[in-house]
Write a protein that binds this ligand. Structure first.
Ligand SMILES: Nc1nc2c(ncn2[C@@H]2O[C@H](COP(=O)(O)OP(=O)(O)O)[C@@H](O)[C@H]2O)c(=O)[nH]1
Ligand SMILES: [Mg+2]
Length: 388
């Protein structure tokens, strides 16, 4: 596993923001390489001119004070990269991988409790206790969700074929030793927007400008689809605001088959829900090697426009776009390599931000008091130690 430091580029395909604590086993990285290029000796540590502050003599004797070279690591942002998918799988098997993340999450929680009287940090503390991080995988039936989860987690129990017929409501979750819990959700159907022209009901298989002309005709089947879509959005919203650490996601992956049509306004509507709640969102275009170069140019332009419409959230982040081929496949003698999986693994880890504990806390006054506060009040008022 290699790590690099420095700010990740924000934007459509940029890596996510790293946690302030970084990941264990940090060694060399891009920033260190850059320092070396500039002719500095990274082993020399950080030299602070003593002229700026008094020496032992208290007179500012001009000698340099050597600060341990590990010190800047405490302050820097670190980003993980994997050179192979196997390296990524190995990291995800490591129970210590997210240790620094949970430590920093705890620091943020403590700081919040000290500085904001009455803040409800129950959910933040539940996360520390469970040491689990939920990642949701959403998308249409057949979009490649299960295949992607299998590729990410290396879990052979995941059903790698579409098991999502109408009415299937089963979720599968894979819990990795590092604490990452990947939830493969049942697929849904994205209903066509209602259009008045009957001819517009014909769907266009390849994304492009034609999508704007797409529309559904009113029918009972269409209405059922719209109701199911609305219910799915409501349940997503409920998860994003849930006070249950098991349900509350840290990131959301939206799978879309690269060559499939894009119902832009629906997808924008869906992506905005987690994105505006400051949850990192990854749009993953699956089976990308199946699209030819010309199609890919059009598909990328379409998604760039769509994600631009989704916009930037209050953290200054945009929805990420990742192109993936979840497994190597040989078609008519030509082998399509597995692509994008190790990049997605790294981006997911890099998106974990201990400062997100702030978004898991609830401010006092507006909501119900925290369990801890309620308990204290009960003891004070009733002289009893029984929590109700
Ligand atoms: N070649 C290739 N096939 C894929 C990819 N993703 C999904 N598939 C295939 O698409 C079909 C549906 O995938 P599945 O993961 O079951 O979709 P789900 O309904 O979203 O879970 C399966 O036959 C997969 O093998 C991919 O990235 N590359
Ligand atoms: Mg599936």
């Amino acid at each position: 596993m290699a790590h690099s430091r420095g700010r990740a580029g924000k934007g459509v395909s940029g890596a996510g923001k790293a946690d302030g604590g970084g990941l264990p086993g940090l060694s060399s990285g891009r920033a260190e390489a850059r320092v070396k290029d500039e002719g500095q000796d990274e082993d020399a540590g950080l030299l602070v001119a003593a002229a700026a502050r008094p020496g032992k003599s208290g007179k500012g004797d001009g000698a340099a004070t050597k600060v341990p070279s590990s010190l800047p690591d405490v302050w820097s942002r670190k980003f993980v990269t994997f050179s192979t998918v196997a390296e990524g799988h190995k990291a995800l098997q490591d129970e210590q991988l997210l240790g620094p993340f949970f430590d920093r999450w705890g620091d943020t929680t403590r700081a919040l409790e000290v500085t904001c009287a009455g803040v409800n940090t129950d959910l933040c503390n539940d996360v520390i206790a469970s040491r689990k991080i939920t990642v949701l995988v959403y998308g249409e039936a057949g979009a490649g969700k299960s295949t992607l989860v299998k590729a990410l987690t290396h879990d052979s129990d995941i059903l790698a074929v579409s098991a999502t017929g109408p009415g299937t409501v089963v979720e599968t979750e894979v819990c990795l030793p590092c604490g990452l819990r990947v939830v493969d959700t049942p697929g849904f159907r994205v209903p066509l927007p209602l259009r008045s022209s009957p001819s517009a009901a014909i769907s266009v298989p390849v994304p492009g400008a034609a999508h704007a002309a797409e529309g559904g005709r009113f029918s009972l089947a269409w209405l059922r689809e719209v109701l199911a879509w609305r219910a799915m959005l409501r349940s997503l919203h409920a998860r994003l605001t849930s006070q249950d650490a098991r349900l509350r996601p840290f990131a959301l992956i939206y799978c879309h088959r690269a060559g499939a049509r894009i119902l832009r306004e629906r997808v924008v509507e869906l992506l905005r829900i987690p994105h505006m709640k400051l949850v990192p969102v990854f749009t993953v275009l699956t089976d990308v090697t199946n699209a030819d170069d010309e199609d890919l140019v059009r598909i990328r332009a379409e998604w760039a426009g769509l994600l631009h419409e989704v916009g930037t959230n209050a953290k200054g982040a945009q929805v990420h776009l990742v192109e993936v081929n979840s497994f190597a496949k040989t078609v008519r003698g030509h082998t399509h390599r597995q692509t994008g999986v190790k990049e997605l693994m790294a981006m997911l880890l890099n998106s974990l931000d201990p400062l997100d504990a702030l978004t898991f806390a609830r401010m006092p006054g507006i909501f119900t008091p925290s369990r801890k506060r309620k308990r204290t009040e009960d003891v004070v008022e009733n002289g009893s130690d029984i929590e109700n």
